[in-house]
Design a protein around this ligand. Structure first.
Ligand SMILES: Cc1cc2nc3c(=O)[nH]c(=O)nc-3n(C[C@H](O)[C@H](O)[C@H](O)COP(=O)(O)O)c2cc1C
Length: 258
């Protein structure tokens, strides 16, 4: 047998290539094995946000228990009606890419600066004794640096806020990102959305809300140094709770057997 020169250029190159192939095979194998775990974690994280927007994890003890009392539905925003679409097949980003599944908003309509609005929306309803206890609605709107994505939870009177939770945004830590501060989020619980004339009045103000204010029930303390993000939050509330958002569905809810 001819003696192999281990230090030859060919041998070193072959060993190098072999090692590279082996390492990439191992990495690919691990990535494939972890993909389902990652996808599962994304779903779990979203469920956590949905549940915590309404503070339901405390009531049910866990996100899993809370989710088992929540029904996921797809609604047609213009008609305000539930549609027969499998919620599991729904993905907002996909809806906003497919012709016929979204509309462009005019400058006048685009209160939340989102440019496009989907035709269908995925919403969540928590039931208690067969009655709607909480309605959890996806909301989004431009802050200072990008779109703020979150969930607004509303009590069964369809006017009282149960909570607000953002799951994605690009705001600055310590400034706009304070929208994630539990103390600020706690200010939302119990606030009202609609005036008696049906107008959306809930908004974030600059400074602190005075107890003596006539609008106490409709106002949230502003975050100092983050007025632009706060304006974005007010705008997204105004848009999504209005006619172009969930108002048709909310008006229909009393009539629909969900
Ligand atoms: C680097 C940098 C990051 C900022 N990030 C935010 C932000 O995330 N949200 C925000 O509303 N304002 C942010 N601001 C401040 C705004 O430019 C603006 O001054 C502020 O919103 C005004 O709020 P105030 O009236 O409460 O001071 C940032 C400013 C700088 C210089």
């Amino acid at each position: 047998m001819p003696k192999i020169n281990k230090d030859s250029t060919l041998n070193i190159t072959l060993v190098g290539i072999g090692l590279c192939l082996l390492c990439s095979a191992i990495i690919s194998f691990i990535a494939i094995q972890l993909r389902s775990v990652q996808e599962n974690n994304v779903v779990l994280d979203m469920q956590k946000k949905i549940v915590s927007s309404a503070g339901l994890e405390k009531i049910y003890g866990s996100v899993e228990n809370a989710m088992s009392n929540i029904k996921t539905l797809i609604i047609d925003l213009d008609k305000g009606e539930i549609v027969d679409i499998n919620p599991e097949s729904y993905e907002l980003a996909k809806e906003l890419r497919e012709d016929g599944k979204y509309k462009f908003l005019s400058a006048e309509e685009d209160v939340a600066s989102i440019k496009k609005r989907e035709k269908y929306s995925k919403i969540y309803i928590e039931y208690k004794d067969n009655e709607i206890n909480t309605l959890i609605l996806p909301v989004r709107g431009y802050g200072l640096w990008g779109i703020l994505y979150g969930y607004l939870a509303i009590e069964g009177d369809f006017n009282t806020v149960a909570g607000l939770e953002f799951y994605e945004h690009k705001e600055t830590p310590g400034l706009g990102a304070e929208i994630d501060n539990p103390k600020w989020k706690a200010l939302w619980k119990g606030k009202k959305i609609y005036q008696e004339n049906g107008e959306v009045s809930l908004k974030v103000i600059k400074g602190s809300v005075l107890k003596s204010s006539n609008n106490f029930n409709y106002e949230i303390d502003g975050l100092s140094g983050a007025t632009l993000t706060c304006n974005g939050v007010s705008n997204l509330i105004a848009y999504w709770m209005g006619n172009d958002g969930f108002l048709n569905f909310i008006n229909n809810l009393q009539k629909i057997d969900v």
